[in-house]
Design a protein. Structure first.
Length: 239
């Protein structure tokens, strides 16, 4: 038991150091110029592009208003533009929501990429720790998303990005994928468990630290994704 706890504590220290190593000064400067609206309430900043102000205002409205009750007129007022102008950028509130989620996941993908260079780290402590650290960092955004009642939209976007992550792992590690069906099953496992854990964590007010959540979650994924991708007999149906 002491060895297990010691290893977990060591992983936390290494993960924190690894995250700091990944974010070099030049990257930090570049990061601030990408998806600026995610850095906090900024829909009233006229220097931001109208499209970004709309996304930020939409999520701010989402904190107080259920997704199905959101009115474009309110989003327009808070973003400092007209309702007609919103439709120049987005065809519906679902599209605004998807665009906001995409920005968040794009931001995360860039930071997570260094941890995907090796199939050993596909669901390692480092990767999971980064997930929860980013959720905590953007807690206001995630809180509004999780309370939106638009779970299906969030899951769809998470599944889409999961496939990007797996594609990166497969390309980097040269893993031979022998079953596309298995890939889909693994996606359901990964997305489903991650979504439900984050939703519960956010709903509880993020009482636990990202380290505690990562420790628990990474134990669930204690096998290598590459092992599952490289097995061709798992889904064989016996006649």
């Amino acid at each position: 038991m002491d060895n297990v706890l010691g290893q977990a504590d060591s992983n936390e220290c290494i993960a924190t150091a690894s995250l700091n190593d990944v974010m070099q000064p030049a990257q930090k400067v570049a990061e601030m110029s990408k998806h600026d609206w995610l850095r906090g309430p900024s829909y009233h900043h006229e220097e931001l592009p109208v499209e970004d102000r709309i996304k930020s205002a939409f999520l701010d409205v989402l904190v107080r208003t259920p997704f199905h009750k959101i009115r474009m007129a309110e989003v327009a007022k808070m973003s400092g533009t007209s309702r007609q102008n919103i439709y120049r950028y987005f065809s519906s509130k679902e599209e605004i929501f998807r665009a906001a989620v995409d920005d968040l996941f794009d931001d995360f993908y860039e930071k997570a990429t260094p941890f995907l260079q090796d199939a050993e780290t596909d669901f390692s402590y480092f990767f999971i720790f980064l997930v929860y650290s980013e959720v905590q960092k953007h807690h206001d955004v995630f809180t509004s998303m999780m309370k939106s009642g638009a779970d299906d939209v969030l899951r769809q976007q998470m599944r889409r990005y999961y496939r990007r992550f797996v594609g990166k792992i497969v390309r980097e590690s040269k893993v031979e994928v022998k079953s596309v069906d298995m890939l889909d099953y693994i996606g359901d496992i990964a997305v489903g468990s991650t979504f439900e854990l984050i939703k519960r964590w956010v709903g509880r007010g993020m009482i636990e630290s990202p380290q505690q959540m990562a420790r628990m979650h990474s134990h669930f994924f204690n096998g290598k994704l590459s092992d599952l991708l490289n097995v061709d007999e798992v889904l064989d149906v016996k006649s």
